[in-house]
Design a protein around this ligand. Sequence first.
Ligand code: IPE
Ligand code: IPE
Ligand code: MG
Length: 244
Amino acid sequence: MPNPTAVAPLAKAPNHVAIIMDGNGRWAQARGRPRLFGHHAGARRVREVVEAAAGLGIRYLTIFAFSTENWKRTQVEVAGLMNLFRRYILHETRSLVENDVRVRFIGDRVKLDQKLIELMDELETLTETNDGIHLTIAINYGGRDEVARATKLLAEDVAAGKLAPADVDEETLPRYLDTRVLPDPDLVIRTSGEARISNFLLWQSAYAEYEFIDTLWPDFTAQELETLCQSYASRDRRYGGARA
Ligand code: IPE
Ligand code: IPE
Ligand code: MG
């Protein structure tokens, strides 16, 4: 039987796709189930999407799992999500290692529990020599928080005399961001019908192409990713220049 998730490499795949995985709660509510049921269904979608992204020729995939604002949710939902992240890592490590996926985490770790931090560190280490798709998972990530933390680090270097204020330009700050080793996103996808970026990769997405689609994250498929990447290929990115 053909593999339903199999996709062919695209002639012009976006190098870096970032996804705001939204709509888990509504997906569960539509089924009369608790929100966490939707989060579990959403987590199960990730493997297929990572495999599809690699198959399409996408080199970097960054996914938004938990924002710095998501702590506003109930204690039950937050604890359930943290538990889900631990389970996801434990469950997926082997497949990620074997499939040559290079995993990184972005976001502020200070508010995460020690066990989760250890699992994140371990997964990063176990996959650091992998050379397939680069999967970056954003947990306790906020674009403004990231820029503020980066600015603090930059200010420390200035105070220590390692950096002159006159040398600070738009190439400098990104070297202090969590994403310092990643290229900027080419395509940002948000599921669930909301047309906002909710604090995701603010600096990095200055010239990204956006797709806001109605599908709720637990229903998102490899085919949909392929379709969005095909339409990306026909876009004319001008970066402020004139039309060719
Ligand atoms: C996205 O789904 C996952 C997280 C933000 C953790 P939501 O939980 O935001 O689902 P909706 O938007 O309420 O449907
Ligand atoms: C953005 O979704 C964060 C993640 C997908 C992790 P939210 O559901 O938190 O965003 P808002 O509240 O609708 O803006
Ligand atoms: Mg949401």
